[in-house]
Design a binder for this molecule. Structure first.
Ligand SMILES: Cc1ncc(COP(=O)(O)O)c(C=O)c1O
Length: 380
C-alpha cells in the first residue's frame, strides 16, 4: 500500500467487538486473564502494552518502512530509552546541531552515567569518520536540524558508520521531515526517532515520542526497555497522534506549498539578510535534500538585518503567526530561537545567531500568511 493509505489504515482494524471504525481509547491499566499466566489477547498491563498504543506503534512502523514501532511519553523519553541500550564507558557521536533538549540530555544528564559524548558536524561525512573511536556504540544525527535546517547525507553517513569495526547504531531524528518526506531506515539508519509532538501529532495538542526499527533483536531490546523504564505514551495521547497521522500527507504538502510562497516573498525583502530553507538553491545541503526528501517541509529560518532587536520586534508584531515555541502544527508559529527554544544552549557550540527568526509555517491561506509577515517586517 502507498503512504496515504497506510497513514489512514496501518495498524487499525475496525474494533472486533462492535465494528467501531476508529480505534477506541482503551482506558485500562490491566486486563483479565483466562487463567493464571493466560492473558486473553496477550495484554497483561498497560505499561507493557495497550491496544490504542499498539495501533499507533504498528502505524508508525508501516509509515517509516520499519517492522517495529514504540510510542513514548515525549520525544525526549524516546531518546532517553534508546540511550539505555548502552553501557557505561560507551562513546556516542552526535551531530553538533542537534535539538537543544537532546544536547542537554546527553551533556547534562547522561554524562553523569559515564557515557562519553562528542559532537561533530554530520553534514560532512568525513568529520563523522574522523570522530568515530574504538568505543563508539551509537551515532546520533538530525536532518534537517533545528533551527539551521542543516542537511546530512543519511546514506553516506550510514555507510561510514556501518564500516566501523564496532558496528555502532545509527539513529536519525526524523522529526522535521516526517516519514512522508524522508525514510531514514531505507537509507541505512538503524533507528528512527520522532518528537510526535510536532508534525505527526500535527495539531499542537499532545506531547509524544516514537522509535521505529527494522531489526527484530534490536526491537526486542527496546520493548524490554520501554516496559522496564516505563516512559510510555498514554492511550488518549496515542489516539490523538493516530488521528493526526491520518492527514499527515495532506498537511505536509500544504506546509510545503505555503513555505515556498513565503520563501519567495522573503528572498526579495530588503530587511532579510539571509534565508535558510533546504529546498532553496542557496542552501548548502540543497542537492542532498532534494535526493532524500520528497519536499522541503514547513520550517523556514531567516536572518534579519538589524540584529537581535529587529528580530524581536518582527516576531512580536505578527498577528496570525503565533509567538510560541514548538512547531509542526496546523497553525503558523514564529520565534527567535536564541532567546526562546535555544536559550539553554547559549554560549555552547549550539549557539544561534540572535537575529535568526524561525517560522513553522502552518496550513492557513498563504496570502494571509504573507500579508502578516509583510506587516510585521514593516514594523521591525
Ligand atoms: C528535532 C527534535 N527532536 C526531539 C525533540 C524533543 O521532543 P519532545 O519535546 O516531544 O520531548 C524536539 C522538541 O522540540 C525536536 O525539535
Amino acid at each position: 500500500m502507498n503512504f496515504e493509505t497506510l497513514a489512514i489504515h496501518a495498524g487499525q482494524e475496525p474494533d472486533p467487538n462492535n465494528g467501531a471504525v476508529m480505534t477506541p481509547v482503551y482506558f485500562t491499566s490491566t486486563y483479565m486473564q483466562d487463567g493464571v499466566g493466560k492473558p486473553r489477547q496477550g495484554y497483561e498491563y498497560s505499561r507493557t502494552m495497550n491496544p490504542t498504543r499498539k495501533a499507533l506503534q504498528d502505524c508508525l512502523a508501516a509509515l517509516e518502512g520499519g517492522h517495529f514501532g514504540l510510542a513514548f511519553a515525549s520525544g525526549l523519553a524516546a531518546t532517553d530509552t534508546i540511550l539505555r541500550l548502552l553501557s557505561a564507558n560507551a562513546h556516542v557521536l552526535a551531530g553538533s546541531d542537534v535539538y537543544g533538549g537532546t544536547f542537554r540530555l546527553f551533556d547534562k544528564v547522561l554524562r553523569r552515567f559515564n557515557l562519553d559524548f562528542t559532537f561533530a558536524d554530520t553534514t560532512d561525512p568525513e568529520s563523522v569518520a574522523e570522530a568515530l573511536t574504538p568505543s563508539t556504540r551509537l551515532v546520533w544525527l538530525e536532518t534537517p536540524t533545528n533551527p539551521y535546517l542543516r542537511i546530512t547525507d543519511i546514506r553516506a553517513v550510514a555507510e561510514i558508520v556501518h564500516a566501523h569495526e564496532n558496528k555502532p547504531l545509527l539513529v536519525v531524528d526524523n522529526t522535521f521531515a516526517t516519514p512522508y518526506l524522508q525514510r531514514p531506515l531505507e537509507l541505512g539508519a538503524d533507528i528512527v526517532v520522532h518528537s510526535m509532538t510536532k508534525y505527526l501529532g500535527g495539531h499542537s495538542d499532545v506531547v509524544a515520542g516514537a522509535v521505529i526499527v527494522k531489526d527484530k533483536e534490536l526491537a526486542e531490546k527496546l520493548y524490554f526497555l520501554q516496559n522496564a523504564v516505563g516512559a510510555v505514551l498514554g492511550p488518549m495521547d496515542a489516539f490523538l497522534v493516530l488521528r493526526g497521522i491520518k492527514t499527515l500527507h495532506l498537511r505536509m504538502d500544504r506546509h510545503f506549498e505555503n513555505a515556498i510562497a513565503i520563501v519567495e516573498f522573503l528572498e526579495k525583502h530588503p530587511k532579510v539578510e539571509k534565508i535558510i530553507y533546504p529546498f532553496h538553491p542557496s542552501h548548502p545541503g540543497h542537492k542532498i535534500a532534494k535526493q532524500q526528501m520528497k519536499n522541503g517541509g514547513g520550517m523556514i529560518s531567516f536572518i534579519m538585518k538589524g540584529g537581535r532587536d529587529a528580530a524581536i520586534k518582527m516576531v512580536e508584531a505578527t498577528r496570525i503567526f503565533i509567538l510560541a515555541e514548538s512547531l509542526g502544527g496546523v497553525e503558523s508559529l514564529i520565534e527567535v530561537p536564541a532567546a526562546m527554544t535555544h536559550l539553554s544552549v547559549a554560549g555552547s557550540q549550539l549557539d544561534v545567531d540572535p537575529a535568526l527568526v524561525r517560522l513553522s509555517v502552518g496550513i492557513e491561506n498563504k496570502g494571509d500568511l504573507i500579508e502578516d509577515i509583510k506587516q510585521a517586517l514593516d514594523k521591525a
